[in-house]
Structure formats: structure tokens, C-alpha cells
Design a protein around this ligand. Structure first.
Ligand code: FAD
Ligand code: UDP
Length: 387
């Protein structure tokens, strides 16, 4: 086997490593993935009846404040000017998110100025100060007060996590902005857009290099495959982006994840909900949100008499489910310490990506951390070997 580097996982982390290693260092790289498609969770494909691009593992919105990552992405794709906006259905009424002056005025049936709204929320939030908010509920109340928390956060979070918000970390909610103006852009980042010809075209261009071979349907733990754990460790450098607990045979305990179930439907209407994503804040509706994919690309000529929607349901993952969101309980954090120790004893293997580090990483974070790993770990490793 004439291979310089094995990459396990063809998501954004693995492909960034493979692309850099092949293009900049001229290494021969084999990327394996146990799925039968490239791209990890960012994979998308045209729905056959309508041609509408569907993100197969839930809506993926690209946004970043990291200029080098934005510039790196431009090598493989152009971006549309898409800006993400989300609305939420509560009590049969639709409100704008993230919580902004529009949401506050609609909810309180008022016409508050920014300062009046700030004063009202400060009073309603006074039971917790942001500094001593130790969990999601306290953090959310310290930011928006109890009435807005009860309406828009409490039940949605219960559906999303099936965990008492008092037992969830404050960080989960801290990434949602609260604005005292009418700006309802979902993200604050200066760079945002969707790949003009789709995620899969972008991802395929990253892998399109004579030194990169991608082998799909290849599980790293299947010893019948030519490239597997037993055959590679100690023989060729490996970048592993699969689940870290699986790599070590769960000897530090099983890390807990949430997974999602998606219910996709083609409907005989041109426009189902008028917006890409509608959240459902109440527990009377079992799903958390509905995606309508045509709205991600208003610039495309999609059929005007059909649309594709996807209802999203959230639940705890079993070992056989796709792991999506790390839950990060106290037990998980303890297991992770064990795995970090085991990783440092595994020479020639670098662990990265969302599954390999047990961290929620957006696409831009996965690309950014792969670029850092390439510069700080892989380049020195291969230049030392060349001496
Ligand atoms: P992944 O994309 O998960 O890729 C890991 C790959 O490793 C997979 O293809 C898997 O099959 C493979 N693998 C695992 N085990 C093995 C094995 N034993 N052998 C071989 N291959 C293996 N990011 C955003 O920026 N914006 C969003 O809107 C957004 N929405 C998201 C929505 C959901 C539901 C999820 C789950 C993620 C979302 N993300 C979003 C995050 C984005 O998907 C991740 O940043 C990206 O997937 C991370 O890339 P990765 O390469 O680390 O992992
Ligand atoms: N959240 C909520 N109501 C909403 C949207 C979000 O309570 O309408 C909370 C919920 O706890 C969620 C967190 O905010 O897990 C982060 O939301 P985000 O939209 O970033 O979640 P993601 O898109 O990652 O599922």
C-alpha cells in the first residue's frame, strides 16, 4: 500500500486535512468513510421529483467571522448572498427570532423603544444576574426574563434536549443573540452564504486531486478492509475523525449524544411556509422545526407547484444512531478526560473533527481547526520525516 496519510472520515475536517496534505505537501492520501457518500453531515442531494437541493442531515448554514476560513472556502465554491432568518410558532402565532425588539413588542402587544424594552427585560430578568447563571434556564432568564423564556425557550429546549433546562449548560443558549432593534439576522458573523452549486459540489472539489483517493463504504474497524485500524496504526500516520469512544472500544465509557429523525415530504404547493426554517416553540407539536429547502436558494429555478419540507425530531442517540449533538454531562466530561489520556498514548494518530473531539463544531470551525492541525501538527510531522 503506497499511502503517506490515512484520513478516517470525509467530512469537512477530514477533507480539509486531505486537501492540504495533497496540495501543499504532495502527499498521497487515502480518505475512507463508512457511509456511501462523501461530505459527512454537510452532504446534500437533489430531491428526485423536484430537483430541490436537500441537506440530508438537516439544514446547513455557512457563516463565519474567520477570514482565512472564508478565503479557503472560496477556493472550492462561490457563495450566494443568503442570510439566515428564522421564525417561531408559539400559541398559534408567528414571531421573529432571535429574540429582538420585534419579538418583544409582538409578545407584549406594545410599541416599546429600545430603552423601554431593555428596562422591562432587565426587571423581568432580575431574579438571576448573568454572572451567577449556572445552567441554561438561569442563563436564559438572566438574558430575556421569565415570560419570554417560558414562551420561546423552555418547551423548545425540552423537546430538543429531553433534559430539564436546569441540568443543561448555560453555553447552549449563550450563542443566541438578544437584540434591542429590529435586526432579525440569525447569525452575527460578517461572512455568510450558501454554496452556489450546492454543498456536494463544494465538497467534491476539495477531494478532486490526483493524490487523493476516497474509499466509500469502508469502516475503519472492519478488518476485512485493506485500510483498517489494525493495518494502519503504527505503519502510516492517521487522522481520525470518527467517534473517539468507538476508537478505544468504549473503555472510558460511552459518550452521550443526541440524534435527529427527519421526516421528508414533497407537497403539491409552491410555498408551504414562506421561510426556510420555522421553529415550533410549544410541546403540543412534537417536532422542533420544519425546513423548507426551496427558500435556501431563491435564485434557482425550482418548480413553482411543488415544495420539499422536512420535519425535525430530536431524541437521545443509541450506539446505532448517527451521533449529532454532544450532550456533555458531567459523566461525559469525565470519560473525555480518560479518552484524552488514551489519545496521547496513541502515536501516529491525530484525533479531530466533531466526533473525534466530542465538540459541537460548525462547518467553519471544523475547517478552521483542520487548518490549524495541518499547520501545527502535520506539517512538522512530515518535514521531520523528510530529513
Ligand atoms: P462529520 O461531518 O460528522 O464527518 C465525519 C465522517 O466520519 C462521517 O462522514 C462519518 O461517516 C465518518 N466516520 C465515522 N466513523 C467512521 C468509521 N469508523 N470509519 C470510516 N468513517 C467513519 N454547521 C454549520 O456550520 N452550520 C449549520 O447550519 C450546521 N447544521 C448542522 C445540523 C446538524 C443536524 C448537524 C449534526 C451538524 C450541523 N453542522 C452545521 C455541523 C457540521 O455538520 C459539522 O461542522 C461538520 O459535520 C463537521 O465536520 P466533521 O468532518 O468533523 O464531521
Ligand atoms: N432555542 C430555543 N428556542 C428556539 C431556538 C433555540 O429554546 O426557538 C434554544 C435551544 O435550547 C437550542 C439552543 O437555543 O438548543 C441553540 O439554538 P440553535 O438554533 O443554535 O440550535 P441548532 O440549530 O444548533 O439546533
Amino acid at each position: 500500500m503506497s499511502v503517506d496519510l490515512v484520513v478516517v472520515g470525509s467530512g469537512f475536517f477530514g477533507l480539509t486535512i486531505a486537501e492540504r496534505a495533497a496540495s501543499e505537501l504532495g502527499l498521497k492520501v487515502v480518505v475512507i468513510d463508512r457511509r456511501n457518500h462523501i461530505g459527512g453531515n454537510a452532504y446534500s442531494a437533489a430531491e428526485p421529483e423536484t430537483g430541490i437541493e436537500v441537506h440530508q442531515y438537516g439544514a446547513h448554514l455557512f457563516h463565519t467571522s474567520n477570514k482565512p476560513v472564508w478565503e479557503y472556502a472560496q477556493k472550492f465554491t462561490r457563495f450566494t448572498g443568503y442570510q439566515h432568518r428564522v421564525y417561531t410558532n408559539h400559541g398559534g402565532e408567528v414571531y421573529p427570532l432571535p429574540i429582538n425588539l420585534g419579538t418583544i413588542n409582538q409578545f407584549f402587544r406594545a410599541a416599546y423603544s429600545p430603552d423601554e424594552a431593555r428596562a422591562l427585560i432587565a426587571e423581568q430578568a432580575s431574579e438571576f444576574s448573568s454572572g451567577d447563571a449556572g445552567n441554561l434556564e438561569e442563563k436564559a432568564i438572566s438574558l430575556i426574563g421569565r415570560p419570554l423564556y417560558d414562551a420561546f425557550i423552555r418547551d423548545y429546549t425540552a423537546k430538543q434536549w429531553q433534559t430539564d433546562p436546569r441540568n443543561l449548560p448555560a453555553e447552549v443558549i449563550a450563542r443566541l443573540p438578544v437584540r434591542y432593534n429590529y435586526d432579525n439576522r440569525y447569525f452575527n458573523d460578517p461572512f455568510e452564504g450558501l454554496p452556489v452549486d450546492g454543498y456536494t459540489a463544494w465538497i467534491e472539489r476539495m477531494a478532486d486531486h490526483p493524490n487523493i483517493e476516497v474509499r466509500l463504504g469502508t469502516d475503519y474497524f472492519d478488518e476485512d478492509q485493506e485500510i483498517n485500524k489494525a493495518a494502519t496504526v503504527g505503519n502510516v500516520p492517521v487522522v481520525y475523525t470518527g467517534p473517539v469512544d468507538r476508537y478505544f472500544d468504549y473503555q472510558g465509557g460511552e459518550l452521550s449524544w443526541r440524534t435527529l429523525d427527519f421526516e421528508q415530504e414533497v407537497l403539491p404547493v409552491g410555498d408551504f411556509q414562506g421561510i426556510p426554517v420555522m421553529n415550533y416553540a410549544d410541546t403540543s407539536v412534537p417536532y422542533t422545526r420544519i425546513h423548507e429547502f426551496r427558500h435556501f436558494h431563491p435564485e434557482r429555478n425550482y418548480p413553482t407547484d411543488k415544495t420539499v419540507i422536512m420535519r425535525e425530531y430530536s431524541r437521545f442517540a443509541t450506539r446505532d444512531d448517527e451521533p449529532y449533538y454532544p450532550i456533555n454531562t458531567a459523566e461525559d466530561r469525565e470519560s473525555l478526560l480518560t479518552y484524552r489520556g488514551l489519545q496521547s498514548g496513541e502515536s501516529g494518530v491525530l484525533f479531530g473533527g466533531r466526533l473525534g473531539t466530542y465538540k459541537y463544531l460548525d462547518m467553519h470551525m471544523a475547517i478552521g481547526s483542520a487548518l490549524t492541525m495541518f499547520e501545527n501538527k502535520l506539517k512538522p510531522l512530515f518535514s521531520a520525516r523528510a530529513i
